[in-house]
Design a protein around this ligand. Sequence first.
Ligand code: PEP
Ligand code: MN
Length: 350
Amino acid sequence: MMIIMKANATPQQVEAVIEKVKSVGLNVHLSQGVEATIIGAIGETHSIPTERFEGLDGVEIVQRITQPYKLASRQFHPENTVLPLDGFTVGGGEIAVIAGPCSVESRSQILETAQAVKEAGASALRGGVFKPRTSPYSFQGLGEEGLELLAEAREQTGLPIVAEIMSQVQVDVMVKYVDVLQVGARNMQNFNLLRVIGETRAAVLLKRGLSATVEELLMSAEYILAGGNNRVMLCERGIRTFETSTRNTTDINAIPVLKNLTHLPVILDPSHSTGYSEYVAAIARAGIAAGADGLIIEVHPDPAKAVSDGRQSLKPEKFAEMVKQVGQIAQVMGRKLAAVQGEYAKQGWA
Ligand code: PEP
Ligand code: MN
C-alpha cells in the first residue's frame, strides 16, 4: 500500500503516519522523491482497509500497489533509481559499459584485459572467479586468488569490479573485494542468497534466470530490496526459447517492459544472450536504442584459448569498435557513455 503525502505535509505529519503504519504490524519504506513523499506500507496489507490511513493529517491519497512486487515497482517509486558506482552513475544519463573475461584465468590475462577494456572506454571490469558451470568437470574458477587478481587490476586501471557470487558462504570475501555482486541466471531464485545480499549494502547486478519471466525477475529483486539494500541493477541476459541458432534469445522487449514496471536500472548482456561474438555488437546497439542503462560484455585477449565462453567473447579491438558504435547510439538517445575513471576511490559505497 502506498500512502502519498500532500506536497506541503510537515515532517511531523509524515512521522505520525509512519507510526500508524507500524502500529498495524506493517513495515515502512519511505521514499522522499522530488515530486512527492511516499510512505510504502509493506506486508500483509490486504486485510487492512485504506481508510485506516486516508483521514490522517497530511495524507493526499492511499493506493494499493497492484503488482506482487512493491519496492521494485515504479508505482511505489516513480523516479528512476540512479545508482552511484565509482565516479559514475547507473540508471541516469550515463550508459555503463562493464567488460572483461567470463573467467579470471591468470594474472596476465586479467591485467591485459583490464587495460584493454579501459582504453576502449569501459566503465567497469567484470571477471568470474566462482563459475557456475554446467559440468562439474569444467573449470570452476580461481576463487579468492582470482579476487586478488581483480583487485590488482582495479588498482592499475581504476575500474570498479563486477564478479559473480554463487553462495551465501562467499558473501564476506566477495564484499571485501568487489564493487558489484553479480547474481547469475542460475541463482536468480536462490532466495537464501538473495536474502543475505539484501542484508549487505553492496551494489548488485541481478541477472534474469534462464527461463524466468520478467515478473519473477522483479520478485527476486524484491527479496534484495526487502532486506534494505536498494542498490540493485537488473540484467537481461537472454532466455531459453525453441530457437537454436543462438545460445539464448535476447528478450529486447524486456528492456522497455522493465523500464516501465520498475525504477531499477536495466543492463543488457548481449554476450550470453547471443552466445556468438559476431552478434554481440548488433544486439548491444539494439539494447541501448531500446533504453538499456548499460551493457555487460565478455572480452578476452585470445578468445580461442578462453577457459569459458570463448565463442561469445570479443577481442579487445572488436570491443573498442562496439563501444564507439554504442556511444553514437547513446547520443541519439540523449545519453552518453559513463566517463572512464582514472583512480579507484571506492565512491558509492554505503
Ligand atoms: C557470466 O556472466 O559469465 C554468467 C555465467 O552469466 P549468466 O549467469 O547470465 O549465465
Ligand atoms: Mn560467461
